[in-house]
Design a protein. Structure first.
Length: 584
């Protein structure tokens, strides 16, 4: 089987147009005009089962949308078709969807309605994930001991010349009047702790990636600035930090001592690169080391980079290689340039562990993907897993345990597989399921951790289903056998999304409607009952604000719920929303 091109899409219908977004809140597709045809239902009549595979025994999945077709049976189109690397892309005009808006230049008016975050947004669609039987169960995987890449101790960072930004802060707190927002609050409803509007953004829109919460501060990036607020009352924790050009990448994680790294562009032209790094202390706003990201070899650029923190190591991924730095000092620790002779790593997933993914033999007869776990301190390879030709590693739903979504080259099916700590196949998901996880577009890189709304603990994967109307379910799937443990329906007629597992309970957010605020609920992960218990009921009087964020990301920390924008529309008609905090 031939492989899809190893280059990013070059435009034309179906190529993703949105910039890559981390977490919930890929830019929303505007609602179709009145009279536009509606999304067609999934095809009727499930495809046939493939022949039994060889390899590790697995439970028999049930046929469903997304199965590979038997020879001679034509593929049936669904409401989404897979794009490069397995990402869903919109079908052609006339199939029920308006064309996807382009970014920059996205329309400035967010959709209204019930607040369902998946309306007009990309979602992964999986039938039963039989495809893994072809990839893994057929005995095509390989686990090998790894060597290490050449180490280069040459430092690339230098100390900055001051603890604070010298530039004037922009207006950051317009419209943040807790008394006004709580004026219509009813008994039993949560309290708006504080609210912040966003800085001005260009008409083409701007990214607002990242939300980091410590025991003292909530820090938000927006366009060219970082803003910090006291978690309890929303007062400015430190003066906003301004960067000379737009922020183009951030570490989704923070270090153990509450440090992050922000990357920003080295200019404003179309040839500008995302290669300027700055370390920042979240609690004090002090700027630590700063440095440049060097270009790699030919075709290995820093037009776009991915940042991640794993332990004490910052990982910077270019288009065909990666580099590890000491998060405290900025000193370069190692380079990762190849997997063997013909594999070039193009994406890294960091956090609980460090996973690198490479495209291999891109122009040869054995084109395939491989992944490795790296020691974050040294870059040494712990293990290697090779996927079968024709399959692309698209997303990493969880790092510990390792849960990987892949898709076949024919774009007809996908697979969710889990791996143990030594990189050996553990199980595959065998549940008929349309996944409601929200995934931003990945253009220049895979953005392995770019899906949110998927949560896992040691034994279970918690997956939201795609909403039917507005309501949906959360399905608990055992990682030992890939089978469904239980499922629970949203307590309201709105979408429910997993946030995290905390103290043996799954924390989830229930979207607001036009006349009711959202909810934060907890769901026991063990036992016989999995009914949601309400932790917060947000005020109905603030539902229009809660519902009106251009795009959304969520956090639950110390009994406080944070709702933040991940993209600014650039609409000058009204002050844009940036961050809203609820509590009791």
């Amino acid at each position: 089987m031939s492989q899809p091109p190893n280059q990013p899409p070059q435009g034309g219908f179906g190529a993703p147009q949105d910039p890559r977004q981390g977490g919930f809140g890929a830019p929303q597709t505007p609602p179709p005009p009145q009279g536009a045809p509606q999304t067609p239902p999934p095809p009727q009549g499930p495809p046939q089962m493939p022949p039994p595979p060889q390899g590790p025994p697995v439970g028999t999945p049930q046929p469903g949308y997304g199965y590979p077709q038997q020879p001679g049976q034509p593929a049936q189109p669904g409401p989404y078709q897979s794009g490069p690397y397995g990402y869903p892309q919109q079908p052609a005009p006339g199939y029920g969807y308006p064309p996807q808006p382009q970014y920059p230049g996205a329309p400035g008016t967010p959709p209204g309605g019930s607040g369902n975050p998946f309306k007009g947004k990309p979602a992964l669609i999986i039938g039963a994930a039989v495809a893994a039987l072809l990839v893994i169960g057929g005995g095509v995987y390989a686990v090998t001991a790894g060597g290490d890449d050449k180490k280069d101790d040459k430092p690339v960072a230098q100390e900055s010349d001051g603890p604070k930004s010298s530039e004037s802060p922009s207006e950051s707190s317009g419209g943040d009047d807790p008394e006004n927002l709580n004026s219509g609050r009813q008994a039993g409803e949560s309290k708006v702790l504080w609210y912040k509007s966003a800085p001005d953004a260009p008409k083409s829109g701007a990214d607002a990636a990242g939300l980091w919460v410590t025991d003292k501060t909530a820090v938000k990036a927006a366009y060219k600035q970082l803003f910090a607020y006291n978690v309890a009352d929303g007062a400015d924790a430190w003066d906003p930090i301004s960067f000379p050009e737009k922020i183009c990448a951030v570490t989704p994680q923070k270090s153990a001592d509450d440090k992050i790294v922000v990357a920003y562009m080295n200019g404003s032209s179309q040839r500008a690169k995302c290669n300027q790094m700055q370390q920042v202390d979240l609690n004090t706003g002090e700027k630590g080391w700063k440095g440049d990201v060097a270009d790699g070899a030919l075709f290995d650029s820093t037009l776009d980079v991915e940042l991640a923190i794993t332990g004490n190591t910052l990982t910077v991924a270019r288009s065909q290689s990666g580099t590890g730095y000491d998060i405290a000092t900025g000193k370069k620790l190692w380079d990762k340039k190849r997997f063997g002779d013909k594999c070039f790593p193009d994406s890294f997933a960091g956090g609980d562990r460090l996973i690198a993914v490479a495209s291999c033999d891109a122009s040869g007869s054995n084109e395939h993907d491989e992944m490795q776990e790296l020691d974050p301190a040294t870059g040494k390879v712990k293990w290697t897993f090779a996927y079968k030709s024709g399959w692309k590693i698209a997303r990493v739903f969880s790092l510990d345990p390792l849960i990987v979504y892949s898709s076949d080259k024919d774009k007809k099916t996908g697979n969710i597989a889990t791996f143990d700590s030594s990189g050996k196949f553990r199980s595959q998901v065998g549940v008929k399921l349309e996944i409601g996880a929200e995934c931003g577009w990945a253009i220049l890189q895979r953005d392995l951790t770019g899906c949110s709304g998927v949560v896992a603990d040691e034994d279970t994967l918690f997956m939201p289903t795609k909403a039917i109307g507005s309501a949906n379910e959360i399905v608990a799937i055992g990682l030992g056998d890939g089978k469904e443990k239980w499922r629970v329906k949203s307590p309201a007629d709105e979408t429910m999304l997993p946030i995290k597992v905390e103290d043996g309970k799954l924390i989830a957010y229930v979207q607001p409607s036009y006349d009711a605020g959202g909810q934060v609920v907890s769901i026991p992960v063990t036992g016989s009952s999995h009914e949601p218990t309400k932790l917060l009921q947000n005020p109905a009087s603030v539902a229009s604000i809660e519902n009106g964020f251009f795009s959304k990301a969520y956090a639950w920390e110390d009994g406080r719920f944070y709702l933040s924008s991940t993209r600014l529309s650039g609409n000058d008609d009204a002050k844009e929303k940036m961050l809203l905090a609820y509590g009791k």
